[in-house]
Design a protein around this ligand. Sequence first.
Ligand SMILES: Cc1cc2nc3c(=O)[nH]c(=O)nc-3n(C[C@H](O)[C@H](O)[C@H](O)COP(=O)(O)O)c2cc1C
Length: 329
Amino acid sequence: MAGVSVQAFRRQGRRFGAGLVCSEMVSCAGIEHRNERTLGYLRVAADEHPLAIQIFGSEPAVMADAARLVVAAGADIVDINFGCPVRKVTKTGAGATLLEDGDRAVRIVEAVAGAVEVPVSVKMRRGLENGSRRALELGPQLVAAGAQTLTLHPRSAKQMYTGEADHSLTAELVSLVDVPVIASGDITSRAKAQAVLATTGAAAVMVGRAAQGNPWALKEILEGDGEQPTREEVVAELVLFMRETVRELGERRASGFLKKFYGWYLGRGRFPRAFKNELVVMHDLGEVEERLFAAAPGARFVLARIEQEQPVVDEVLLDDMPISIYGGG
Ligand SMILES: Cc1cc2nc3c(=O)[nH]c(=O)nc-3n(C[C@H](O)[C@H](O)[C@H](O)COP(=O)(O)O)c2cc1C
C-alpha cells in the first residue's frame, strides 16, 4: 500500500504471521532515472522474506529493467500494478488504465516475466467502470503471458474504496485460470477470510487496511485469536514502528508520515480521541514517544522484549546504488 507499506509495516506483518508481504508500488520511471526517493523503496531487510516488490509503469522495456533491479534488491516476487486508480498514475497509462489497454498489459507481463527468474504476479481491479468484468477477460491473457499469480481487488477503479469488494468475481477468475488467485478487498476478520476462501476457491487472502495500526488483525485472521492488545502492547508496537520508520525515512519525512498511524494505532477504542489529537500536533518524535510511554509505562518492557526477539536487520547495499536500510533521506 502506497504511503503505508514501509519496511517497518512489512516486518511487523511478518512478525504477526503474514506469509508474504509486499512493498509499496514503485515507479519504474523512478527506477530508470535512479531517483533517490524511489530507490529508497527498495531497501529490503533480511527478515522480510518472502517479499514481493510491486512496480508500476506503462513501458514494457522500462518495466523489464525495473524488474531486474528489484530482484537485485532482494524481491522474491515481482508484482505488477494494474490496479492503481489514482489519476497521477492512470494519466501516464499505468495502473488501472492498463486493464483497458490489453495489448500493452500483455506486453508488459511478457517483458517482465522474460527479464527475471523469480515468479511474476499481477494485481488487478475488476475494471475501470462500475460493474466492469474486464479483469475476467484480461486475467487468462496475463497468465498466458507469464503471470504466475493473479491478485484481484474486485472493485472498479471508479469506486476507489467505496462500496464492497465483489468476490463473486474472484470466484469467476479462479475458475478461468490455472494459477493461484489471491483475494484482496475487505478481508478484516477470520470469519470474512474463511468465507471468501470457501466461496471463491482463492489460494490466499491479502489483508490491506485492516492491518493498518492493527497487526493483531493478522493474528486473529490466522489463528482466531481475537484477544485485544493491551495499551502497553499498542504503545510498544507504535514506538517500534516509529523508530524503524525514522531509520528508513529520516526524522523529517517520518514525522509527517507517522501522523496517520497515530489514529490507526490509538483509535479502535484503545485510547481517548483527545490523546491522538495531542500527538499529531507535536513536532518532535522524541516528545511523542515520551507522551506515549507516560500513558502506558509498562510499554517500555514490552518493547524491550520485542526488540530482543527481533533479529537485527542486515544492511543491504547494491553495487552501484546508494541503497542502505539506514539511508534516511
Ligand atoms: C492507502 C492505500 C494504498 C494502496 N496502495 C496500493 C498499491 O501501492 N498497490 C496496490 O496494488 N494496491 C494498493 N492499494 C490497494 C490494496 O492493496 C487493496 O487491494 C485494497 O485496499 C483492498 O483491500 P483491503 O480492503 O484489505 O484494504 C492501496 C490501498 C490503500 C488503502
